[in-house]
Ligand binder design. Structure first.
Ligand SMILES: [Zn+2]
Length: 499
């Protein structure tokens, strides 16, 4: 059965290639997308036999145009994922002509895997990312035709396992590191979802800020290509990632190239008949001209800047604004109960000194309103009294950061001081008198604090902190009963934005 399937596949492929010689780029793009996004490829899920069919098609195309493998006589670069095997990038190289610069590389790649079949529906992934795979293939063909003018070498990739976590591109990066090449990769481009130019209105290039002259280098007019482009200095979307990420984290200048998510993104309707082939043809011409320019540029092409979300090292000093809730209650150490809690508000600034990526010194300067219930010891069964305090709150903690810089969890512990600016007791919704008073030892409260939180996309933080006062608060009734010793307890929940 398998033999028959591959025989049919090969026939389709061969007939396709024979006619393709006489056809133009646009027809070839159309054929690539229709073949890769056909129902018979079942959505090209990473690790499946359908992904293998996609690989055979791409390999055949690359081989037929004379593209040379990067390593060891084969485009294939297999890898495993834990217990799972059957994953494979395809990697080719167009060698540069300059005796020195040919050891520098421009990488252009697109992932060919998609989501497979879910609930009986085939996710064909025509835009995501048969379009990018087709485009990269035709860019390679154009670059081969003008190989003599390329000074640097161009690495051409079809990545596997992007959809399950950028695994293929991460594997290529670790290989390039092992071979000591990563430092010589000058620019990496991920071509991901480029089939909807008409609806997307422009080709978006995210990451021009990583290039020394992003605006000049990417200008389509100076490349003689008529295409609307939209540039973004840095890739900073919180919820999307593409194969640029593992490269960017190694400090490589990267561009995410896309016509946007106008297509039925990650839906079974992402089909080949919806692709704008005229647009895909223009995107291909543009990227071929742009890649050739990068491969031949004299001046250093990378700016050395990276997107915040791709930072490998935290900034030394960070400053942010925060807003949050708190909750306060009293601990009665000589009684077997805890007081109830009430909520309050707080806001202020956050400051952080990062000592490498693992440890940080974190300080906040907050204005807090605390509301704390008090038991009325004269009338224990009457309605509860409340204590209202306003304070300048200063927590200072040592923070342990786990995981990476832009998305990380952290734990912290330290001390705090709260300087009270207002302190009073009242009975809510009632005028009936009460005879309670409180006695504070000092106008400041000192205590210990610990907490945890997480950072998402470098700038956004969510933090929960417990505050445990070491300064007693004495509650007294009118009849000079013995004072009751209590300790305020507080917890805070805050959201912060770091600039
Ligand atoms: Zn994609």
């Amino acid at each position: 059965m398998k033999h028959i399937v591959s025989l049919i596949m090969m026939t389709v492929v061969l007939c396709g290639t024979m006619t393709a010689q006489q056809l133009g780029q646009r027809s070839r793009l159309e054929r690539h997308v229709y073949t890769l996004a056909a129902d018979s490829l079942n959505g090209r899920k990473a690790g499946s036999l359908d992904a293998e069919k996609a690989r055979q098609y791409i390999e055949h195309e690359w081989h037929a145009m004379g593209l040379k493998p990067m390593w060891d006589g084969s485009y294939r670069m297999g890898f495993t994922l834990g217990e799972l095997s059957g994953f494979c990038n395809l990697v080719a190289c167009i060698e540069g002509s300059d005796p020195v610069l040919k050891d520098e590389y421009i990488v252009i790649g697109g992932h060919y895997d998609h989501l497979g079949v879910k609930n009986g529906k085939v996710y064909n992934g025509a835009d995501d990312n048969a379009s990018g795979t087709a485009c990269v293939t035709e860019v390679a063909r154009q670059l081969l035709a003008r190989q003599k003018e390329l000074k640097r070498s161009v690495i051409v990739c079809a990545f596997d396992a992007e959809e399950i976590g950028l695994i293929g591109s991460s594997f290529l990066v670790s290989t390039l590191k092992d071979k000591g090449i990563i430092g010589r990769v000058k620019v990496m481009m991920s071509v991901d979802m480029v089939g909807w130019l008409r609806e997307g209105k422009a080709l978006t290039l995210e990451g021009t800020g990583t290039l020394a002259d992003g605006a000049g280098l990417t200008d389509p007019k100076s490349l003689g290509i008529n295409i609307p482009i939209r540039t973004k200095r840095f890739e900073n979307s919180l919820f999307t990632a593409t194969d640029t990420e593992p490269f960017a984290k190694e400090g490589v200048a990267t561009l995410a190239v896309t016509t946007g998510i106008k297509s039925p993104y990650h839906k079974p309707e992402d089909d080949a008949n919806l692709i704008d082939y005229e647009g895909l043809d223009r995107v291909t011409d543009y990227l071929a001209a742009f890649t050739a320019r990068l491969a031949s540029a004299e001046a250093p092409i990378a700016s050395g800047h990276v997107a915040d979300k791709h930072r490998k090292k935290a900034r030394l000093f960070e400053f942010g604004l925060q807003l949050g809730f708190n909750s306060s209650w009293l601990n009665y150490p000589n009684a077997a109960f805890y007081g109830k809690s009430l909520s309050g508000l707080q806001g202020g600034i956050a400051m952080q000194l990062n000592m490498g990526n693992t440890f940080s010194l974190h300080a906040d300067l907050l204005y807090s309103i605390f509301r704390t219930p008090l038991a009325d010891i004269e009338q224990p069964f009457a309605s509860v009294l409340r204590m209202r305090q306003e304070a300048v709150l200063l927590p200072l903690t040592l923070q342990l950061n786990l995981s990476d810089v832009s998305n990380r969890l952290f734990l912290n512990a330290g001390g705090y001081a709260a300087f009270l600016t207002a302190h009073d007791i009242y009975r809510p919704n009632s005028d009936s008198p009460f005879t309670m008073s409180t006695r504070l030892l000092y106008p400041a409260e000192l205590g210990i604090t610990w907490g945890l939180g997480f950072r998402i996309g470098y700038h956004f933080e969510c933090r929960i902190q417990s505050l445990y006062s070491l300064m007693p608060l004495y509650i007294t009734g009118q009849s000079a009963e013995p004072e009751i010793k209590t300790f305020p307890r507080r917890s805070t929940f805050s959201l912060a934005y770091y600039f």
